[in-house]
Design a protein around this ligand. Structure first.
Ligand code: S3P
Length: 196
């Protein structure tokens, strides 16, 4: 498969029949498709996504960066001055822009899959769940002040609920607690049968 010519082959995974249906529709369209990375804050979506994009020779987009670029202020500032709901609207708009790209790796904020209004935008796309345990999230995000939801009063419940959503939505789930970004990116490429 040529670089940039994504996902004409059949990904495997624990999601069985649902996955086969998805892949069939990609084969029918025959067009390059974006790969969307989902997962909890601190799972490494952005670092892994950049590496994966390099490996397969497509652009990388991060919805958080897109929101900040378009708003001209940081996410923390949007939460403080305008509230979470305003952020979610900006995030949905950024997601729609990112998904216009035919071939790309798109890392989305941890809350994207949990917002019902994003479901129709994500439907039919190849979605990779970048999976890490909560202890890893906590260790990786210690002292981080850029993510307002790390201050959630019940982070463990938020994590549990989010992970169920991620697993239900994913085409494949990849363990991102083991190995560096390069190893995880290669694992994703392998699971999606992308030639690198
Ligand atoms: C959020 C995750 C963050 C960012 C915002 C809200 C969430 O993105 O979008 O702080 O709701 O989980 P990352 O998952 O890239 O940290």
């Amino acid at each position: 498969m040529a670089k940039g010519e994504l996902l004409r082959s059949t990904p495997r995974g624990r999601f069985g029949n649902r996955l086969s249906r998805k892949v069939k529709s990609l084969e029918e369209t025959g067009k390059p498709q974006p790969i969307v990375l989902i997962g909890f804050m601190g799972s490494g979506k952005t670092t892994v996504g950049k590496r994966l994009a390099e490996l397969i020779g497509v652009p990388f987009v991060d919805t958080d960066s897109l929101v900040e670029e378009r708003a001209g202020v940081s996410i923390a500032e949007i939460f403080t001055t305008k509230g979470e709901q305003s952020f979610r609207k900006l995030e949905t708009a950024a997601l729609a822009v990112a998904l216009q790209l035919s071939a790309a790796v798109i890392s989305v904020g941890g809350g994207v899959p949990a917002q019902p209004e994003n479901a129709p935008l994500l439907a039919g796309h190849t979605i990779v769940y970048v999976e890490v345990p909560l202890e890893v999230v906590k260790a990786r995000t210690e002292g981080d002040t850029s993510r307002p939801l790390l201050l959630h009063p019940d982070l463990a419940s938020l994590y549990e609920a989010r992970c169920q959503t991620y697993a239900a939505m994913a085409t494949v789930a990849v363990d991102a607690a083991v190995g560096d970004a390069e190893a995880v990116a290669r694992r994703i490429a392998d699971r999606l049968h992308l030639v690198v």
